[in-house]
Design a protein around this ligand. Sequence first.
Ligand code: 5GP
Length: 293
Amino acid sequence: MEMLFGSALAVYNALVQLGKQPEVVVPEYPQLFAFLPNADKMQKEGTKQVYDLAIALDSSDIKRLNGFASYFEQAKTTVNIDHHSVNSMFADHNFVNPDSPACCQILILVLEYIGVTITKEIGSCLVTGIITDTGGFKYAGTSKETFEFISFLLSIGVNVADIYRRVLEKQSKGHFALSKIVMDRLELLEDGKIAFTYITKQDEQEAKAQNGDQSGLVDIGRSIEGVEVSILLSEKEEGLYKGSLRSNDYVNVSDACIMFNGGGHPRAAGCQIHASLEEAKEKILHEVKKHLK
Ligand code: 5GP
């Protein structure tokens, strides 16, 4: 989710440059991203029923647009810019490249193609999306092009180091409090190949967690020596858990999540499981174990 804010604001700023009057509609956004140019323009709902053009970013499927799907379905023209391999090509115009490690890497090419000048402001948004999508250039998909884009963005004055620090190194108090809970509960299973942990709604209240504070928690398990798959279950409502899965070398966690109608990327995927915590844990572990060597 956090990669969305960089790409959404890059498109917003680009459309303003082209003299359009865009609306940028995203679910609640973490304060962490408030430094991005025009972050205050992000709105939770659109103001129109029917838009001339609707653009979906970093979304594999129209269902992933949740409450925004109706704007998309009713728009006169639709565009889908994404890097999920399972993208269902749900728009009139689809710019999808599963080899791209970040939606913003595709976006740079699309924006240049339609005549947008990549300014320092737009570049700051783009680099934010690239940094979040690649985990700070550390995920396997990070490519030669990634660094070529970063080199270009540095050449136009984008402060990459500052954005990196803001987005990946600074943590909110809520995130820190949740990290402690997640670490305390973390179990190493299957000879240490699986790291499992969870958080509940009550934990979030006690940690005074804000939207976005859960981001990165699943990486705690992944960073432990010997772990192949890290699983975080977080309670959304009673009897509903969101699963966040990450893998290191070979397990395709997207395949495991598809079994629960979820999806994502080979090394980062998610799903929703309607069950109690114990049942959800059992189900997801059962599925993940099938993929271990
Ligand atoms: P996260 O664990 O950070 O929420 O998501 C990691 C990746 O999995 C992202 O690419 C996200 O789009 C995808 N993902 C997360 N939850 C779901 C889900 O419920 N359904 C699908 N199809 N993809 C998901």
